[in-house]
Write a protein that binds this ligand. Structure first.
Ligand code: LLP
Length: 421
């Protein structure tokens, strides 16, 4: 259960009973930008990136940050500036990556259902790799490349039928999922297309899911990918890299889970059997713990059966994860009262019964006007926001080197209505 008034994670901690982000007062940020607001720690992002980088040591590796976790320009630029590469999932993310300064060769393009326009963009920019999802897509890429009189660098995404053990909505490596081609078909696909004009096979790609908290599925996925690559090698197909995808989980509940070092220790022995460069596509593990969503309590309801609700000015429009996956986020008061704890339902203001952040959560006394922080919302928070109920996108603030800056201002009615007649 939550202990408020103490260290809550590396970056967000209470100092003198007030929540801070790397020493900067959350209240002082809210005074200027209001609520709800996402606050990020630049230090935490750099640290998480370096942890993964260091874990793979001298083994040839490249970290392609998965923009889908958080693609706000300043965050993506920060990662670019420390040597990260990019994994983009749409034309929008490719364009944001380019705008953030990534060289096209450092961008890979993944994703189910790439449109013709998106493939045109990827081919014409000569991206580092396009991770193809199907035979049909490979053929479409080849046709586009031939039309551009070029060769597209491609990797096939294979589906190994491995259970990632995470929430079913974010597991992607089972045969029943829509992702990739069955791994047993891959060898034939590579063989048949190895000399196809327009295609250069540079790698193989796998991604079995997200928020993975046990090592076995990750090891098995690496094993499956390496044995496929060894077969391809035997067929004379020389690859440049193996792409292990993302998926490394974070400790939402505060209990220790697998670390980047555990991950590297599990997959490196497999990778060393072939020695190819490894590509990683972490998203959540880099930005997840670095962000908090700050909201204000706008109402308190007490029912005769003893239930008490704290209603926030942020809801599933600012953080969809609890409504969508029933996911757990720690919630702490920004200035906790010294009181006994009691059980609270922390909910949003949206007209949906699933707009609930926490049920039966032990919290100190709460009052209307209090600020709370919903932790570990750096990944899949702002990117999954919506304008439902005409909620305007909340601003985003980056705390870095003891200073804070608004990296995205609050959306206004004019911003939203600019698109409408
Ligand atoms: N690579 C591919 C091909 C992916 O599909 C994903 C995530 C990643 C990399 C990055 O995965 P990560 O390292 O962040 O686990 N909205 C969900 C998560 C969806 C993940 C989708 N794909 C959530 O809030 O939990």
């Amino acid at each position: 259960m939550i202990t408020s008034g103490s260290l809550v994670n590396q970056s967000f901690r209470h100092i003198d009973s007030e929540l801070t982000c790397d020493g900067v007062s959350i209240e002082s940020i809210v005074e200027r930008v209001g609520t709800p607001v996402y606050v990020y720690s630049g230090r935490a992002i750099r640290q998480a990136y370096r942890e993964i980088d260091t874990a793979f040591g001298s083994y040839p590796h490249a970290i392609h940050y998965a923009l889908k976790a958080n693609s706000t320009l300043a965050i993506v630029r920060l990662l670019q500036s420390i040597g990260s590469r990019a994994d983009a999932n749409s034309a929008g993310e490719i364009l944001v990556a380019l705008r953030s300064g990534f060289a096209p060769s450092n961008i890979i393009f993944t994703g189910v259902g790439k449109t013709k326009d998106e493939l045109e963009l990827a081919v014409s920019k000569d991206l580092g790799a396009i991770n193809a999802e199907s035979v049909g897509e490979l053929d479409r890429i080849a046709a586009i490349a031939v039309a551009h009189d070029t060769e597209a660098r491609v990797a096939l995404r294979v589906n190994p039928d491995i259970d990632a053990g995470s929430h079913p909505n974010i597991s992607t490596g089972l045969r029943s999922n829509k992702f990739g081609v069955p791994i047993q078909d891959a060898r034939t696909i590579y063989r048949e297309r190895r000399r196809r004009r327009g295609l250069t096979f540079v790698g193989v790609h796998i991604h079995i899911g997200s928020q993975i908290t046990s090592i076995e599925p990750l090891r098995s996925a690496a094993q499956a990918l390496v044995s496929l690559a060894l077969e391809l090698k035997a067929d004379g197909i020389q690859l440049e890299h193996l792409d292990l995808g993302g998926g490394l989980g974070i400790a939402y509940e505060g209990r220790p889970i697998i670390s980047p070092v555990d991950y590297a220790n599990a997959v490196l022995p497999e990778l060393k059997k072939i020695g190819l460069r490894v590509i990683l596509e972490p998203g959540r593990a880099i930005v997840g713990r670095a962000g908090a969503l700050i909201a204000r309590i706008v109402d308190i309801k007490r029912f005769p059966d003893g239930r008490q609700f704290a209603v926030l000015d942020a809801g599933m429009t600012e953080l969809l994860r609890p409504a969508m996956y029933g996911s757990y986020h720690q919630i702490v008061p920004v200035a906790p009262r010294h009181s006994t704890e009691s059980s609270w339902d922390i909910v949003g203001p949206i007209c949906e019964s699933s707009d609930v952040f926490a049920k039966d959560r032990l919290m100190p006394a709460l009052e209307v006007g209090d600020l709370v922080a919903i932790l570990d919302t750096g990944a899949y928070g702002s990117v999954m926001a919506s304008n439902y109920n005409r909620h305007f996108f909340a601003p985003e603030v980056l705390v870095d080197y003891n200073k804070w800056t608004t990296i995205r201002r609050r959306q206004t009615l004019d911003d939203v209505l600019a698109l409408e007649t």
